[in-house]
Design a protein around this ligand. Sequence first.
Ligand SMILES: [Zn+2]
Ligand SMILES: [Zn+2]
Length: 400
Amino acid sequence: MELFKEDRLNEYLGEAMSGKRDYYEILGITKNSTASEIKNAFRSLARKYHPDKNPGDSEAEIKFKEVQEAYAVLSDPGEKRKYDTFGHNRPGGSPFGPGGFDGVNISIEDLFGGGFESVFGSIFGSAGRNRRTKRQRGADLLVRHSIPFQAVMDGSEESLEFEALKTCKDCSGIGSSTPEGVRECPACDGRGRIQRIERVGPFTQQVVSDCSSCRGEGRIIQNPCSSCRGEGRSNESTKVQFSVPPGIEHGTRLRMSGYGESAKSETGDPGHLYIEIEVEEHEWFERDGADLLMAVPLSYADLVLGTTIEIPHLDGDVLKIKIPSGSKPGQTISLKGRGLPNQNSRNRRGSVMALLKLDIPSKVSRGMKKKLLDLKDEINFSEEELKDKIREEANSRRRG
Ligand SMILES: [Zn+2]
Ligand SMILES: [Zn+2]
């Protein structure tokens, strides 16, 4: 006597009883085939047997339906597991209902693109899927919040107020003025969705749509709550407090879990609140990560003779910039450790980079003009010196 392992036995019995071919055999694959192998096998067979390619061929039509059925089951992890255990003889009858599989309408184009996947994705358990969507989280919210530039140096404690749909307090979210006033929608048996079969050419297609009697809610409210008009949620002003870490970048989104909209159903979790941080501009600094860039306009005399300038700084200490004698416009002076805190390691700070610029006065007084003319003779070049300078410039430019 031949011994069968239990699942193999069921498969054997199933085949024997229904006279149906094994799904794996139909697709020419094995139980160990991966999801993409299953998909590829289906795609090439469905292309081969598609009625557009085999007009009037009833055998191809049967085969086309057969590969569709096999793929419908094997591409759905839950159905595949049941099939692997029970074969065609699963408890509860055919997963496609008493009439068995009816074929779905997929075009040749769908088989080239990925269009067929969504068709098959909606065949099974739409009731189960509905139940899952009913428990979906509330919507996420995005609010923008500005902080002064100084907060990037120090970090700060911020607060903001915003409006969000929250579970109605008067009816605890049921939407009805009395708990007894809610009943299951008779049109959809509380599922919120209606399934119907549509016939397209030689095929039938299962179409799922929102129930119109209850607008997809699955329930009907007889005496709506006056505060939320039966919605179960109403707009409520909420205040949140949050910390801005030092070194934060403009455009960073901080997430506060559970501070978004309440879910539509009483059982769902609320969404998240995202706070997008806008850093206000500084009077003179531009920012490059943790580095602070600024330009320092200087007179000709300061560049030639050198000087030290002192300006107030974000870290509370005076920013001393020493300009050495003989500095040229376009040079930068870097002050290490005086920039912003590094976002990743906060005790390391960036640099302040000061770009030296030559400031040319747009107006000169008569007295100053006279002095400049006196100076001019001393500092201007001879023709020979000028040519040397021009050559020097060209060389340094070419050397990069
Ligand atoms: Zn309904
Ligand atoms: Zn209410």
